[in-house]
Ligand binder design. Sequence first.
Ligand code: CP
Ligand code: NVA
Length: 301
Amino acid sequence: MAVRHFLRLLDLEPAELEALVARAIELKRLQREGAEHRPLAGRVLAMLFEKSSTRTRVSFEAGMAQLGGHAIFLSPRDTQLGRGEPVADTARVLGRMADAIMARTYAHATLETLAAHAGVPVINGLSDRFHPCQLLADVQTYVEHRGSIAGRRVAWIGDGNNMCNSYIEAARQFGFELRIACPEGYEPERALLEENADRVRLLRDPREAAEGADLVVTDVWASMGQEEEQAQRRRDFAAYQVTPEIMARARPDALFMHCLPAHRGEEVAAEVIDGPQSVVWDEAENRLHAQKALLERLMAG
Ligand code: CP
Ligand code: NVA
């Protein structure tokens, strides 16, 4: 059977994604009950991080341990990758020793090279284009709080970044309506917008995007690698903070999500992220359960 990768949400069929979310909810319950579930005993996940991480690293590492396997943290600083060994060669070697690879890269193309040469499943732990694992956790969180996300209206407010691109793919795979509000020059990938024009709308006014939304989502204004643009971005995004006024446009039972780390007073007001509509801590926790479901699917059996 061909090796399955998870570099973007389109790599799994909608029914497979739905099954993953359901399984994540079940694994969470099993863990709460203290049940032992070790389908990955003896299996190894190699984790390659070109950028910082708290949630992604800890959730994959804890997840592998809970499933009976082991995870190895690797950074370019202390591998031969940092001294110029080609990505393809690294992939071949890791694939001979590990049962799967999780990588957080600057260029999405690096993940594709890993996937082309590893011979084992490769999982995207965030690239410049996508952050699919975060979307598994976000959808799980929505489902736990409000039921199916299909047919719901989601507002993305802020940068058209890797998270936004993944929200577009999620709108397609999970069947929700997505309204994106971003300043000019900060749009998500044009091809993604065009291919999903039936369920994704690009707007400029964050209030209009939030109107009647069931879920309001944002992310940092400057992603990792864009630190030098921070001051310019703070000016360009000034009107895009998710404030209580923006939340008031959404449905009264709307949820607020943010993949974290967050900057209170920039992309989100403290009253919102620390308020009653925010589910960001459940969202963060669900990285663990959603990725355990993913690891089980890609690595077990
Ligand atoms: N949301 C997320 O991916 O967080 P980390 O950067 O801490 O992994
Ligand atoms: N868009 C952010 C997400 C961090 C989890 C970044 O790429 O830095």
